[in-house]
Design a binder for this molecule. Structure first.
Ligand code: PTJ
Length: 252
């Protein structure tokens, strides 16, 4: 379908088209469509923009990533669909390892996602087939399988649109977690060290910019980032947006 450029929901409809195509190609799982819809709803409450709180979280993430020894991005069907170019870009700038880690795991989908990332220039993509040779303690075998050189031995891990169980299990392994999740109330958001409450399609390009600014600079050892406080402010923004929408109805 050709989305008319003057449609008030143009950007959102374009993303839907992308998601639809990726479902047909077998990149996104069927359940990934539901996850996308949930994200759309939260994005609507957020005002479909990168908030000041998300900016703060992005800056803190860039600092953490620049100081990491073995940073990894965990890739699922949704983000391979929405931001493949950005995943590859960030992997080259830092450098950062790319690992495919699916909730609805099949070797067929892993391979398709790997090929998609390679099409955008991705190299040494981990987590496919036999490469996922270690297990995250506390998770069943399919969801817990990870690569030794990647997630298993990582110190900092970016988990966009992550499942709560796995995020908690990774946290229990002592990893520093950076979540990108439009739902500030998700278990992933609440357990992460840094939660970027924003759409991955806006957050990833901003994260790349921040990393570029910081790279090769001396970064102070410690920096303070209060994730709970940041999440509460994101919820406050959603609450205020809803009140404004409610007032608009009263004005009609
Ligand atoms: O590809 P797979 O097999 O690994 O499956 C991936 C999904 C996403 C289906 C799986 O991990 C899942 O079921 O995730 P959840 O539990 O639905 O969590 C997804 C979270 O991402 C929800 O809190 C959504 O609000 C949020 N979300 C959805 N779209 C976006 C988003 N956050 C940021 N940007 C988005 N575009």
């Amino acid at each position: 379908m050709v989305v008319p450029k003057n449609h008030p929901r143009y950007e959102s409809l374009l993303l839907r088209e992308k998601v639809k195509d990726c479902l047909k190609e077998g990149i996104i799982s069927e359940v990934g469509i539901a996850a996308h819809g949930r994200g759309e709803a939260f994005d609507y409450f957020l005002g479909e923009r990168t908030t000041e709180q998300a900016e703060t979280a992005i800056k803190a993430s860039a600092r953490l990533l620049c100081r990491a020894e073995n940073p990894v991005i965990s890739v699922n069907g949704n983000i391979a669909c929405l931001v493949p170019e950005e995943i590859v870009k960030i992997s080259k700038i830092l450098p950062l390892k790319i690992e495919i880690n699916l909730f609805y795991r099949t070797v067929e989908r892993e391979t398709k996602i790997k090929k998609r990332l390679e099409k955008f220039g991705g190299k040494n993509i981990l987590g496919v087939g036999e490469n996922a040779n270690e297990c995250i303690p506390g998770l069943d075998s399919l969801r817990g399988k990870v690569s030794r050189e990647g997630i298993f031995t990582s110190d900092v891990i970016i988990v966009p649109l992550e499942d709560g169980d796995r995020a908690l299990a990774l946290k229990n392994m002592g990893k520093k977690i950076i979540a990108i999740d439009l739902n500030p109330l998700s278990r992933t958001s609440l357990c992460a060290d840094i939660t970027i409450v924003d759409n991955v399609v806006r957050a990833m390009p901003r994260l790349i910019e921040e990393i570029k600014k910081l790279k090769n600079k001396d970064i102070e050892e410690e920096f303070i980032f209060d994730n709970a406080e940041n999440i509460k402010k994101s919820i406050e923004i959603m609450k205020n947006n809803l009140i404004r929408l409610q007032e608009k109805i009263d004005e009609r």
